[in-house]
Design a protein around this ligand. Structure first.
Ligand code: URA
Length: 208
């Protein structure tokens, strides 16, 4: 799979609304949640099914259900939270991992300040969510930590990405498939995505 660009018209329409600078905090947060739901649909497209025996009100049947343990959604704080709750709408039984990272403004390196994951993470598919794949530093660091805690099967979902971040993530973690709604043009000198949508956390939570 490698890189999947989710070109579904609803995703692209919502992305344009998120990019607009006049979109309000409340609208932005709602759009992130709706987009997460749609991206979640794509990232789970190939989940394995098993057949179970059930009874409908009419008769018995063999019917498909998801096989194995529930997923883990790993949210990179804080902007990951917007995507997390949209995905939980779709996958309400998923377990949740939180990874706290901040960007050192001098080195642009991701520094960890928090990590909490379910104990049996090694037995579950882990879907990492972070709206912006910019330098790739946060994604690489988060996935380093997940692997250190035993995660074996990992996918990465973002709304926007740039080639630099994709390359950095693929180089560090070639086993991790990436799902994004767009690969944008470039990074600015402060590592913001162009044309982008600005600071995803600020736009989601109304901070500056
Ligand atoms: N993080 C953001 O919130 N926005 C960008 O453009 C890049 C990283």
């Amino acid at each position: 799979m490698g890189l999947t660009i989710v070109s579904h018209p609803l995703v692209q329409h919502k992305l344009t609304m998120m990019r607009r600078k006049e979109t309000s905090t409340a609208e932005f947060r709602q759009l992130v949640r709706e987009t997460a739901f749609l991206l979640g649909y794509e990232v789970t497209r190939d989940l394995e099914l098993e057949t179970v025996h059930i009874e409908t009100p009419m008769e018995e049947m063999e019917a498909p259900m998801l096989k194995g343990k529930k997923l883990v959604l790993a949210s990179i704080l804080r902007a990951g939270e917007g995507l997390l709750f949209g995905m939980l709408d779709l996958l309400p039984s998923a377990r949740v991992c939180h990874i706290g990272l901040y960007r050192d403004h001098n080195t642009l390196e991701a520094v960890e300040y928090y990590f909490k994951a379910p104990e049996d993470i090694s037995e579950r598919l882990v879907i990492v969510v972070d709206p912006m794949l910019a330098t790739g530093n946060s994604a690489v660091k988060a996935i380093d930590q997940l692997k250190k805690h035993g995660a074996k099967q990992i996918r990465f979902v973002c709304i926007l990405s740039v080639e630099q971040g994709i390359k950095q993530l693929q180089k560090a973690h070639p086993d991790v498939d990436i799902f994004t709604a767009s690969v944008d043009r470039a990074l600015d000198p402060a590592s913001y995505i162009l044309p982008g949508l600005g600071d995803a956390g600020d736009r989601m939570f109304g901070t500056k």
